[in-house]
Design a protein around this ligand. Sequence first.
Ligand SMILES: *[C@@H]1O[C@H](CO)[C@@H](O)[C@H](O)[C@H]1NC(C)=O
Length: 493
Amino acid sequence: MAARVPEPRASWALLTVCTALLCLCQALGGRAAAAAEGEEEEGAAEAGSVPLLKGSALLLLGCLLARCCGSAGGGPRPGGGWGPAAARRGALEGFHARRLRLSPHVLGHSKAHVGRVVAELVRAAKAQGLQPGPAALSLRGDFVRVGSAYEQHKVRSPDRFDVLVPLRLPPRLQPEPRRAATSGAFVCGLRAPAGSGWPRRYRPFVEGFCAEPHGRQLLSSALVLRWFQGHLQRCLGAVRYRLQERCRISLAVCPGRPPTLHIRPCSDYVCCHISMAVRLIPAIPLGDALYLTVPPHDVPGAGPAHEALWGLDTSRHEQRLLAWLKEQAPASSCHLKCLQLLKGLRDLGGQRLEEPFCSLWGRVLSSYVLKTALFSLMLHGPLEAWDEQFLVERLEDLVMYLRDCLRKQTLMHFFMGNTSLPEAVALPRFLKEAAPVNLLSAFDGATLDLVAFQLLYTWSQAPHLIRTYSRARILQPAACRHGTETRHELPGE
Ligand SMILES: *[C@@H]1O[C@H](CO)[C@@H](O)[C@H](O)[C@H]1NC(C)=O
């Protein structure tokens, strides 16, 4: 994070300014002297001061040019008051304020609403379950808020949320996660203590929820997901009735994906009329705030082997790390703003791209990849460097860091196998001992090179792209009837 201001250029500019000021003083001094000495001298004094004024104007112009060249070559400067560096900062700040930043008020209301509705649904779904027995899967009865809306870096509109819904295996049955051959994925074996009647007693469960791709009983993410979808659908009627005064709810179910709960608040219930979509992700608790979840993407060529694959969710540890960073960094730290801007620039950059590169661009530069890059970069250097005044430099560091990762085709999962994390964010053994995972391993070198190139282009053209492509209207939160923004900030649920 070395400062990028080129020294010689900066001192030359300074010299120019000083000379210009000197000339200006001389010129004014000359004028004053002439006025004092009488009228007959005026012509001569005039003749002398005009070239001097011209000279200082020229020098000022030169100084301006020097500044322009300096910042074009050397990158933006901290708190530059004028010139392209300031224009770039202004464009980014404006973009953030108008397009990316969420109103804490509207976000607070949305979160509160989502929390209430999901709690009702989960409670109903838990109650409707069978009696916990050796054959049944059930809900634990709580839910875990994850994702950007709960980490304060969501962009644009507070209308999408992710929630983990922990499930409960039959009594005494323990999940046994292991790394699958596919990079980053896990399989989940099952284990029960001696004397629990395993496996005979659990046969109905195994038949209902396990896949045996290699002759081993593995919990099937596909079968668990299908059960979860059906179970929620069965409970929805009762919940819908109970909530009818507050909102309309519906459940969108797509094969192979976590169901999405759509919430449309009734007009007189909440002030901020935003429809919300909540992804309800079934999750197998592993302890230590770790969960196995259904993999987020359908993998091409998904077959019976894929049905047994799970992803490892480390959201709670990411939230802990973010909380720790917030505590350690200066109060005015801009790291979350940088992440929001990076996501915004990614989306702007994507608008100009054609398929299939457009969707590759989005998949390579996923929000998770961007967040991981931020974590790595932040822990490399002093956190004071993230003070708000260095916003543009830090954003540029992030872009360059990502570019390097793309060129090296390597960006490691921040937690898996990382033994050098600060004490304060101590990881559970399972994560520490896990083999490291490269988040970019699914993409080939040519794709990553292209993304790196586009990323640099997007960064260099950022002010222009912001002007050109961000004209689309965005959601304007309706004025709140219950109070003003500052009075009514809800604590994040
Ligand atoms: C592991 O954590 C350290 C911070 O202590 C960080 O600098 C490093 O990049 C992390 N490793 C990986 C692979 O992300």
